[in-house]
Design a protein around this ligand. Structure first.
Ligand code: FAD
Length: 205
């Protein structure tokens, strides 16, 4: 079999290590919450109807208003709102909300990494990944990225409590170049599928 070059797609800006205090300083001046919400919704480049739905969902959230205004807020509720936003953006089939399905949690190889986040999201395109990253950035929510989930270290590709898991299992395309010398693997691809897809071309990695 001929050897191949492999391009692995890596998600830029992986896990966010920042920790967020449950209570922001109470002396900070109150901001007009709608401006950051408008800027966030704008940045998503959505269809007109979707803009209204996301905007309406966010402006009525008093906990988000407190977070944006530097007042005390509940970080679990904030993460839940981030998950709710993703349900609107990606569809309910692409977000598993609290309590996250045990099967999803236990897809991590090691029991030490069987941790439950607020929600798990399942992007199936780079556009979905972009929406998720913009959302976690806006909410300042902790997130973790999982491809195969083989890491036994808790908190590397798993997450407990406030925050969300970005599970890349649906990003699993395997594309062989026209000249048959390079294969592009999306991060959710499994080696078994890679080998069986390439076998008919008599190439391997
Ligand atoms: C039993 C066992 C045997 C192993 N054997 C080998 C071996 O033979 N050779 C070897 O090299 N390694 C081996 N490993 C180590 C394994 O390859 C690594 O743990 C590897 O990181 C697993 O890949 P994964 O996709 O499952 O990672 P995950 O557990 O999903 O993620 C690992 C880390 O990478 C980050 N991450 C995941 N996907 C992305 C992405 N797309 N973009 C940015 N960051 C991302 C995660 O946030 C996490 O921090 C073994 C591990 C185990 C448990």
């Amino acid at each position: 079999m001929a050897p191949l070059s492999v391009i692995c797609l890596v998600l830029a800006g992986a896990s966010q290590a920042a920790s967020f205090s449950r209570f922001a300083p109470s002396l900070a001046p109150r901001l007009n919450a709608n401006k950051p919400i408008d800027a966030f919704v704008d940045s998503l480049r959505l269809q007109k109807e979707q803009v209204q739905v996301v905007h309406d969902y966010l402006v009525k959230d008093s906990n988000l208003d407190a977070y944006l205004g530097h007042r005390s807020y509940d970080s679990t509720q904030l993460a839940a709102t981030a998950c709710g936003t993703l349900e609107i953006l990606l569809g309910k089939d692409s977000v598993d909300t609290s309590p996250v399905n045990e099967t999803v949690v236990q897809e991590s190889w090691s029991q030490t990494a069987w941790l439950s986040p607020n929600c798990a999201s399942f992007p199936d395109s780079k556009e979905d990944v972009s929406l998720i990253i913009k959302t976690v950035q806006f909410f300042g929510t902790q997130f973790m990225v999982r491809s195969g989930g083989h890491s036994p270290n808790p908190g590397f590709s798993s997450l407990a409590g406030p925050g969300l898991l970005i599970d890349l299992q649906r990003l699993n395309r395997i594309s062989l170049s026209r000249d048959g010398k390079t294969v592009a693997l999306e991060p959710g691809a499994r080696w078994g599928a890679v080998y069986s897809t390439l076998d008919p071309y008599n190439v391997s990695v």
